[in-house]
Each structure stands twice: as C-alpha cells, then as structure tokens.
Design a protein around this ligand. Structure first.
Ligand code: FES
Length: 453
C-alpha cells in the first residue's frame, strides 16, 4: 500500500547541469520575469559546458534522479570560445553510448539556452518534465528489472590462423641482439614460450642482454598487447625500449605517442607481419577483419608482407551490436546489468590496457569518491561505463580487456560500440596517425547533431 501511494505521488526528479554564463542567467531571467514552469528541476551551475564531465551525469542517475538536462551557450557564444563545441562532441558519442547501455533517452537532454532565452528555458523544462514523466521512475542502477536478456547472435566459429614462418623468430632474435649489443636500446620487450602450467602459451618477456635474446619467439600464440609496458616506470628506466609489435599493438603505440606518453624516438618498433593470433582455441575476433596485418609504423620489419592475407569480412562484434540495438532500452538494460553485476573490481581490464595509464585512475580518487570501489552493482555500473567512456576515440580494439576479464563481461562490445560511433560521427579511426589530434580533444564548428534543443 505504501508503495502504491508513493508511486501515485511520484514526481520526476530532474537535475540540470548548466553553464554559468548563458543557461544559468536564462533560467534566472525566467524566474525574475515570473514565468511559471515545472518545479521538478534542480540546477547545478558550472563555469562552462566544457567542464561538465559525463561522469557527473552517471553520478546523478546513480543517486536516483529520473532525468538530466545539460545546457549551455549556443555555438559561437561560449565564454571560453570552444568549451561548448568540445562538449558537443562528447555529447554526440556519450548519448549514443548511454542508449546502448539501455538508458531511456527520454531521460537525457541537451540544449543551448542563452542568457536572453528565459522563455525557452521555461518551455524546455516543462517539455522535459513531461517526457521524463512518460518514462516513469528511473530504474535502480542495480539489477535487471525483468529478467536477463541473452544475445541471439553468437560469435562465428572461425578456424585457426596460419602459423608464422619460423624464420620470423630468428629475425627477431637477430634484431634484438643487434639493438642490445650496440646499446641502441636498454631492453627489448617481446614474447617467450611459457613453461609449467601454461606450457604452449606465449608470454611477455623482457630481454636486456644480447645473450638472452634467444628466448624471444613469435608465433600465433603471441596474443598480449605489449604496448602496455611502454608506460611502466620499471621498463622506462632502461631508456630506449625495443618492442615486438603486431599491427594492432602498433596502433596502441601510435595512441601513446599522440597522447605524449612516449616519444617516438624513445621506442624502437620491431613490427611483425601477422595473420592473426589464437584466443580460446580459435582465431581472435579482432583478427577476423584486421586491416594492419602488415605493420604501418616500424623501425624494423619482420616477415614477408606478401605472406599477409587480405582482410576478410566484417568485425564479428558488429552483428552482436546490431542485435542489441534492435532491442528495447529495457531489454538492453537487462543485458548489461547482469554483466556489470558480476564485476569483482579486480581492474584486470585496466591493467592490460595500454591506454589506461592515468595515475591515479578515476576509480581511485576518493575526495570526492566518484565511483564506489566495492563490487556493488552501483559502483560496478559506473566503473564499467566510465572505463569504456575514457577510451572513446582511443581504444584500438585489441580486445585485451575482455580477454583479461575473469568474469567475462562483454567489454569488447562496449569498446566496439564507442569506436563505431566515433567513426560514424567524426570519420576517425584511432592508431594510424601519430600527429592527428584525438577526436574528443578537438571539434569542428559544423559537427552534426540533431538532438540538441
Ligand atoms: Fe557557456 Fe562555455 S561558457 S558553454
């Protein structure tokens, strides 16, 4: 009975993140002009929309609001010239991403409202309150509301890749010996065959003496993205680093150069021609339509480019993404919630990602604590969304996070969805041009959007 009374008396709770210079003044003008509008909105003021991190939106929903409005100066009017144009790029991708997670988009709104548009603000709030009302109370950010959704499309069965010619291993050893012998590099990061329980697998190894270079190997078991070690202080202390890198790994190295985490001259890339690696006894999904079987950036090339097969087919993840997109927001929500609920917050996904290098990570910031750290569905949801979001426009799809996840959360689908949206909106694919700006750190005045009111 108490629940029924509560539901009958339910009123949408909406938070508005607004810029100080335009929308806040516009909202103030609506008030001083005695315009009547719905009292459901609480305003939080920011210096600029460029300061409104999508994390704030996540946090608001996590704390129980039913809807969020983000609003600032019209393009061309930003007090800081381009804060709103940079924000617009983020909104374009973030909104699509939240839709993919299953957030009903009647709950998330973006607008340009100037200081003179008090009437627009009042009308906007009234409309949005009604939209949120039609969506009903927001679901708790915890568990499926109506049973877990299972994907109908399964990943295709693909065979094994061809084994790389054995001469490639000999070439890598010879290059490593030379680089270490002449002192050109202090260490070579590569692969060696594991022993003991993991016999038959290739594992990362670090060679800093020419006589140890014979440990190095290259074969279809060399799965790890070794670029993750390039930002490690224990590796950096050797000075210039030699690294054995497949084309996909080189895309990560390009990302690190773009983001000034390493200098091009501090790394000697031993690029290997690769026709794919084996994960779970079959060709890894990322290899199915790999475009970089022949390395696109290297100092030493290992292998014959003519051995590389042409890329074939579509990315197998795209069919599963289309499958999810065909569902209702509630069904998508009920797919993701059980995934996130099983996260144990081991941060293996972060540890293996070459582009997760922040010190400290947002998940470890405690003043304020943006993301609860215990493995509770609330914090798990925020962590998994923000981890993926921080890689938007940067993730090269090496799949290491999904491979490392001990509870099989479909992190690969999250990353791929973001990559698709960035490519659709800005025509950008990461990991190819070390001198290009990353897409969410720049803007075009004519960036297309049709959802900002
Ligand atoms: Fe208003 Fe930048 S100052 S959006």
């Amino acid at each position: 009975m108490a629940k029924e009374v509560k539901e009958r008396n339910w009123e949408p709770k909406i938070v508005a993140f607004v810029c100080n210079w335009c929308t806040y003044v516009g909202a103030d003008a609506a008030g001083t002009s005695r315009m009547q509008y719905a009292p459901n909105v609480r305003i939080i003021r920011f210096p600029c929309t460029g300061r409104i991190d999508p994390l704030f939106i996540i946090r608001a929903f996590q704390q129980g609001v039913d809807g969020v409005i983000v609003s600032g100066c019209h393009p061309g009017d930003c007090h800081y010239v381009s804060g709103n144009l940079l924000a617009r790029r983020r909104w374009i991708v973030f909104r699509k991403f939240m839709d993919f997670i299953g957030l009903d988009l009647r709950r998330l709104h973006f607008a340009w409202v100037s200081a003179t548009e008090g009437a627009k603000w009042a009308k906007l709030v009234n409309e949005i309150v009604e939209e949120v009302r039609s969506a009903g109370p927001a679901p708790a950010w915890a568990f499926p509301t109506n049973g877990a959704t299972v994907l109908e499309t399964s990943l295709p069965e693909v065979g094994l890749p061809p084994s790389p010619p054995v001469e490639m291993t000999a070439q890598i050893r010879e290059i490593a010996k030379r680089l270490l012998g002449t002192g050109e590099v202090g260490v070579v990061v590569g692969y060696e065959m594991a022993t003991g329980a993991r016999e038959g697998e290739a594992t990362p190894t670090f060679v800093n003496k020419p006589e140890d270079a014979d440990r190095l190997v290259f074969n279809e078991r060399c799965v790890h993205n070794l670029a993750v070690y390039l930002t490690n202080p224990l590796v950096k202390k050797f000075g210039k680093v030699g690294i054995v890198a497949k084309g996909c790994d080189i895309r990560s190295i390009v990302g690190l150069i773009q983001e000034n985490q390493i200098k091009r001259e501090d790394v000697s890339i031993i690029g290997v021609v690769c026709n794919g690696v084996v994960v779970n006894g079959k060709l890894a999904e990322k290899c199915v339509n790999c475009q970089v079987k022949v390395p696109h950036l290297y100092d030493h090339l290992v292998g014959d480019p003519s051995w590389a097969q042409s890329p074939s087919g579509e990315n197998p993840l795209d069919a599963q993404i289309a499958d999810l997109e065909s569902l209702s927001p509630e069904e998508r929500w009920n797919f993701w919630m059980p995934q996130f609920a099983r996260c144990i917050r081991c941060y293996a996904c972060r540890a293996v990602c070459p582009l997760c290098y922040c010190q400290p990570c947002i998940a470890e910031k405690h003043r304020p604590q943006w993301i609860p750290t215990s493995p509770h569905p609330h914090g798990n949801l925020a962590w998994n969304i923000i981890r993926a979001w921080h890689l938007a426009g940067r993730c090269i799809g090496c799949g290491e996070c999904a491979r490392a996840c001990p509870v099989n959360i479909r992190l690969d689908l999250l990353n791929r969805k973001l990559a698709l949206e960035v490519e659709r909106a800005f025509g950008y694919r990461p990991g190819f041009d070390p001198s290009a700006p990353t897409p969410l750190s720049t803007y075009r005045p004519d960036d297309k959007e049709d959802f900002i009111r």
